[in-house]
Design a protein around this ligand. Structure first.
Ligand code: MCN
Ligand code: CUM
Length: 807
């Protein structure tokens, strides 16, 4: 670089923090150079696929694979009986439960894996599947979690001993189909406050079952090299290191002999955190056949069997003074986990971070109870931009606030404002236990309401109601509000682990002699743009251009151990590790610079891309000079090379927040909502790449629209999945998606080295209640209090009908 460039130009040249640097990965993705699991093709590779149960609950009387073995190209058919001698017919789940790998005596949900057919190609495997004859004996199907807790029907034989329920992973069971009870807060004081309150609002709401439906389904390629004793496993893993440890623990293969690689991933959204039977079967099949084995789900497999989201029945009571000051909150959840408890939560949190359900409000007394229940549905529950159930928690409180506003006959924006935790109260300890690190809710709320001209909108809405009543229009106007507080960045090792693995994260940096670098992290991008943003953090920390820094993730042979990408934890945890490792590099660079400049270490200071002698800015060494010196000078007392590694255990979570407003016009006769405006203000602390943040917000809002307005995994009474294809499962397209207005405030996290908080899940967490509140608000003037999502056209029409608006 020329010396005559200005300081501003030097800053710009780094493309560091705060720069809307274009995504470096997109050159590959947009030109067909992505490398996804299904792109992996190995010599002699076989294909495995599942025989799946058509029944939701049935005993398996017999499996006859003889005809399948006659199908040309079919090499093997694995059943539970084959896996049992290896102890692999069941596998541990991330929630402390266990799950059948292949049906062991019975099936518990439609689509459950019954047998694994291994063939020379995908088509032969499909023919083989058709030829496997399974004899089922149908059993009574339980799809309703409330019924599950009453029935004599035992879904899981392992929950009962001598006719009594045995303890589960999280304590005693109340019933044989009950998984756990989880409580937070103070029961009796909450009851007392509610009993003595001026006003109490009660509501029951169902957050329906849905599915993240990533563009790329789940899959893997397992390759066992028997000569070297090495197993390589490529897969769509959001947590490759954890998968390696789990594979080692359950297979007995030593961990150094297992290499897990997450190549490019076409969207994860939590769908790819857990371990699936397909992984285990592919590994076993590769060991048995001594050939690489690929398994890739089709769309129906993905929608019907892998990690779903929500299915929470939430019953709430919220109390307040006449003036609207909230005094207490009670929440009871009946959580439908399906046939196995396969939630991907930190061990101590069987209902995730549902205990953030006091939201952004200063609620002095609260109590939460969650009952987890088995039913005949697919397992999962923690996915889809959920931040470990913060989506459920925020939906709950943001609906309760609206219902309380109705009860108080008060404006819902004002009700929020008078209950927000105040700026000076941070760090704030909530009644349900969390310590919120920072926030400035009033500033964000005022900015949002002012930008959308909230008062003007309410006046317009009132006129519209009059016009409707006068027969001048058939359209109602809904103003959806939501204010959310997220909790992301799991997390402190002291209270967050998955399968005993503490949830720290890591970064390892190597600076090359010419002043370029590679940094490897324990996380793995699935579309979030880590290769772009983590290089920006480093650029600002170490003064080398982001364009000269390669970011690599997802290969356990090269990356430092980390817990992966979910729960919007990459920036809060691995991003912090990156900054800390960068600072170690800078500390060594300072010593090298001082030596080169022939001054004491304390007499040089860092300035953008160089160390300068204090008071003599013309005397400096650039980071590029220093990198070279690290490899070519013998410096007394300093080792050659310039590398650093950081394993970062965050002291707390980070607490991003946001203020959203949606304006919607609803045609009462067709039930069609037209989104006129959507405004989203996000505060994720220090912003690394504003363009990427905006992209995250657009994506999360679109998924929020999907969930709130139509998407669901619906079952009939027989446990048949009614929405198992994209013909029935709503995926929004450009047609349904409005123009989003994004905005921000910046309240840095006080404990994060660069003040950044996560953002990936925020727009979904805040977006769902905002869309839902808009629909419900449109009908408030006509007596609507609460209706359940998804608000598809038919359900909106029915709401209008029930309120007599078609009369
Ligand atoms: N970022 C930033 N400044 C901040 C915070 C974040 O520039 N203050 C940038 C980050 O550097 C990163 C992106 O925004 O490039 C998201 O960061 P973060 O909030 O830390 O979330 P993660 O990287 O951990 O991603 C996980 C999160 C989750 S849990 C789901 S679910 C989800 C989401 O990301 N899945 C996604 N967004 C997704 N986006 C895509 N394209 N694909 C998915 O599967
Ligand atoms: Cu909850 S979905 Mo994300 O944590 O991968």
């Amino acid at each position: 670089m020329k010396d005559d460039v200005t300081r501003d130009e030097r800053v710009a040249n780094l493309k560091g923090m705060g720069c809307s640097r274009k995504r470096v990965e997109d050159a590959r993705f947009t030109q067909g150079k992505g490398n996804y699991v299904d792109d992996i093709k190995l010599d002699g590779m076989l294909f495995g696929d599942f025989v799946r149960s058509p029944y939701a609950h049935a005993r398996i009387k017999n499996i006859d694979a003889s005809a399948a073995m006659e199908v040309p190209g079919v090499l093997a058919v694995l059943t539970a009986a084959d896996l049992e001698p290896l102890g692999l017919h069941w596998m541990p789940t991330l929630a402390g439960d266990k799950q059948m790998v292949l049906a062991d005596g019975k099936v518990l949900f439609q689509g459950q894996e019954v047998a694994f057919v291994v063939a020379e190609d995908r088509y032969a495997a499909a023919d083989g599947i058709e030829a496997v004859v399974v004899e089922y004996e149908e059993l009574p199907v339980i799809v309703d979690p409330f019924e599950a807790l009453k029935t004599d029907v035992v879904l899981r034989e392992d929950t009962v001993q001598d006719g009594k329920p045995v303890d589960g992973a999280h304590g005693p069971r109340k019933h044989h189909n009950h998984i756990f009870t989880w409580e937070a807060g103070d029961k009796d004081p909450t009851e007392e406050v509610i009993a003595n309150a001026d006003v109490v609002a009660e509501e029951t709401m169902y957050y329906h079952r849905t599915h993240p439906c990533p563009l790329e389904t789940c899959g893997c390629v397992a390759s066992m090299d028997k000569v070297n004793g090495k197993l390589t496993l490529w897969g769509t893993f959001q947590a490759p290191h954890a998968i390696r440890t789990v594979v080692s623990l359950i297979s007995g293969i030593e961990e150094h002999n297992i290499r897990v690689i997450s190549p490019d991933i076409g969207g994860g959204f939590g769908n790819k955190v857990g371990a699936y039977p397909g992984y285990v079967c592919s590994v076993v099949a590769s060991i048995v056949t001594a050939k690489p084995v690929k398994w890739i789900e089709d769309r129906m497999d993905n929608l019907m069997t892998t990690a779903f989201a929500r299915d929470y029945w939430m019953k709430g009571r919220i109390s307040a003074t006449k003036e609207g000051k909230i005094t207490g909150l009670h929440c009871h959840v009946t959580a439908d986990h399906g046939g196995f408890d396969a939630c991907a939560d930190p061990t101590k949190f069987p209902a995730g971070f549902m205990n953030i359900c006091t939201g952004s409000y200063d609620i002095p007394t609260a109590f939460l109870e969650v009952d987890g229940v088995y039913t005949n549905k697919a397992p999962g529950g923690v996915s889809y931009r959920c931040s470990f159930r913060v989506t459920e928690a925020v939906y709950f409180i943001e609906r309760m606030i609206e219902v309380l506003a109705i009860e108080l006959n008060m404006d819902a924006a004002e009700l929020r404002r008078i209950n927000f935790i105040k700026k000076e109260q941070f760090p704030y300890t909530a009644a349900l236990g969390w310590e919120y690190d920072s926030g400035d809710y009033h500033t964000a709320w005022d900015k949002a309401l002012k930008t959308v001209d909230y008062e003007g909108l309410r006046a317009e809405q009132a006129r519209r109601v009059e016009d409707f009543k006068a027969g001048k229009t058939r359209k109602l106007m809904g103003i959806g509000l939501s204010f959310f507080t997220e909790i992301v960045g799991a997390g402190p090792v002291k209270n967050c682990d998955i399968l005993g693995l503490g949830m720290f994260d890591s970064c390892e940096i190597r600076i090359h002699p010419t002043g370029s670098a590679i940094a490897r992290l324990g996380t793995i991008s699935q579309g979030q743009g880590h290769a772009t943003t983590f290089a920006q953090i480093l650029a600002s920390e170490i003064g080398l251009p982001a364009d000269s820094i390669t970011i690599e993730e997802g290969d356990t042979d090269t990356a430092p151990y980390g817990l992966g990408t979910y729960g919007s934890r990459s920036t809060p945890v691995a991003g912090a590790a990156t900054a800390m490792a960068g600072r170690k590099i800078r500390a060594k660079a300072q010593m090298i610079a001082a030596y080169l400049l022939e001054v004491h270490d304390d007499d040089v200071e860092f300035d953008v891309d160089r160390f300068v002698v204090k008071g003599a800015p013309e005397k400096f060494k650039t980071m590029k000079d220093i990198a070279f010196a690290a490899y070519n000078q013998a410096i007394p007392g300093i080792e050659p090379g310039l590398e650093a590694v950081s394993y970062y255990d965050p002291p707390n979570m980070t607490y991003p927040f946001g203020a959203y407003v949606c304006v919607m016009d609803i045609d009462v006769d067709t039930g069609v909502p037209d989104i006129r405006r959507f405004y989203a203000l996000d505060d994720c602390g220090t912003r690394i790449n504003p363009m990427i943040i905006e992209g995250q917000v657009h994506g999360g809002l679109t998924e929020a629209l999907a969930v709130a307005l139509g998407q669901e995994i619906a079952y009939d009474d027989m446990g048949n999945v009614k929405t198992g294809t994209l013909m029935d499962f709503f995926l929004p397209t450009a047609w349904e998606v409005p123009n989003y207005e994004t905005d921000y405030t910046v309240t840095p996290s006080p404990h994060h080295p660069i003040g950044a908080k996560g953002v990936g899940e925020s727009p979904h967490v805040g977006g769902v209640p905002c869309f839902s509140n808009a629909v419900q608000d449109a009908f408030r003037a006509f007596g609507n209090r609460h209706t359940n999502m998804p608000h598809d056209h038919w359900r909106i029409w029915r709401t209008a009908n029930a309120l007599g608006l078609h009369d």
